[in-house]
Design a binder for this molecule. Structure first.
Ligand code: 13P
Ligand code: SF4
Length: 302
């Protein structure tokens, strides 16, 4: 029996589903029941009937699933798949910031720890951050953590001033305006799709600023033949598979998230065999974080 068959057999035995983020390696995306962006994965995790979720992504994503579905077993096939941006703020730092701005509402990017979410009023992902902030009362101050780039993008789109934390995604920072400039020069008719985690210079050169899920949905709405993709390059696997008649060029070959690449088919199999690594969140933290996450899921972007 080959690897895929063995995974399928164990999935049935355990009543498990495999959820994979768009940045996972191709074979992992292909083995998944659902592939998507952070918001899509959170929604899937909250509504699946499966007893076990094998989460092919990074730690905060599995933790989010554990918060939303405490009765399910959430497995992360690689326990060291973290997100450096999520580690750029901890609960003590957010508590300090809140103490300095006691009247502010806290909007936290889902790329954060459960403890940080527990201190937040709202969570958001890159696909609904603008909608979440736009829904807040105009007279309230807003603290936005941890991504300063997504935060700046939200300020531009909503016209709201926010108190930003200086976090960032190291992978998206590798996409430099100079590299994008050169890629554009080589493909003058291409449409540039960039993730809002990109730096201001890259964002300014983009035709569209989209989450990974929004990028996948955008292609059929455009007549362009070629697209330059300014985000982690794993998404090109899905783009090519879904739209074989279009051309996708990466903005920078350095845009690789090493943590997203730690999961393989072998690790999915071992995860199902040994029921490892089981991600749990202490009840008191989970119940407070869940409020912020549920508010996020309710606000669907237009
Ligand atoms: P998306 O929500 O757009 O999939 O982004 C998640 C992420 O980690 C981007 O770096
Ligand atoms: Fe975190 Fe960046 Fe990797 Fe996304 S791409 S998981 S934000 S390090």
């Amino acid at each position: 029996m080959d690897l895929i068959e063995r995974i399928q057999q164990l999935k049935t035995q355990r009543n498990a589903v495999i959820l994979a983020h768009n940045y996972q390696v191709g074979p992992v995306q292909d083995s998944a029941d659902y592939t998507g962006d952070s918001l899509g994965l959170s929604i899937q995790a909250s509504k699946t009937d499966a007893d076990v979720i094998v989460f092919c992504g990074v730690h905060f994503m599995a933790e989010t699933a554990a918060i939303l579905s405490p009765q399910k077993t959430i497995l992360l096939p690689e326990q060291h798949a973290g997100c450096p941006m999520a580690d750029m703020i901890d609960a003590a730092q957010l508590a300090d910031l809140k103490a300095k701005h006691p009247d502010a509402l806290v909007v936290t990017y889902v790329n954060s720890s459960a403890e940080v979410k527990a201190l937040s009023d709202y969570c958001c992902t890159s696909s609904n951050a603008v909608a979440v902030v736009a829904s807040l009362p105009a007279e309230r101050q807003i603290i936005f953590v941890p991504d300063r780039n997504l935060g700046a993008f939200v300020m531009e789109r909503t016209g709201r001033e926010m108190i930003l934390w200086p976090g960032y995604c190291p992978t998206h920072v590798w996409i430099e305006p100079e590299a994008l400039e050169a890629t554009k020069a080589a493909h003058p008719d291409a449409v540039v799709l960039a993730h809002p985690e990109c730096t201001a210079g890259v964002r300014a050169m983009a035709d569209e600023l989209l989450s990974t899920g929004q990028m996948l949905n955008f292609i059929p709405k455009s007549d362009a033949k070629t697209f330059i993709i300014a985000t982690e390059m794993g998404i090109v696997h899905s783009l090519k598979k879904m739209y074989p008649d279009r051309e996708f060029v990466v903005a920078s070959k350095r845009a690789v998230c090493p943590n997203m690449k730690k999961i393989s088919l072998e690790k999915i199999l071992w995860s199902l065999e040994d029921m490892q690594h089981h991600i749990t969140v202490p009840k008191a933290v989970a119940s407070r974080a869940k409020r912020a996450l549920e508010r996020m899921i309710e606000i669907v972007p237009k």
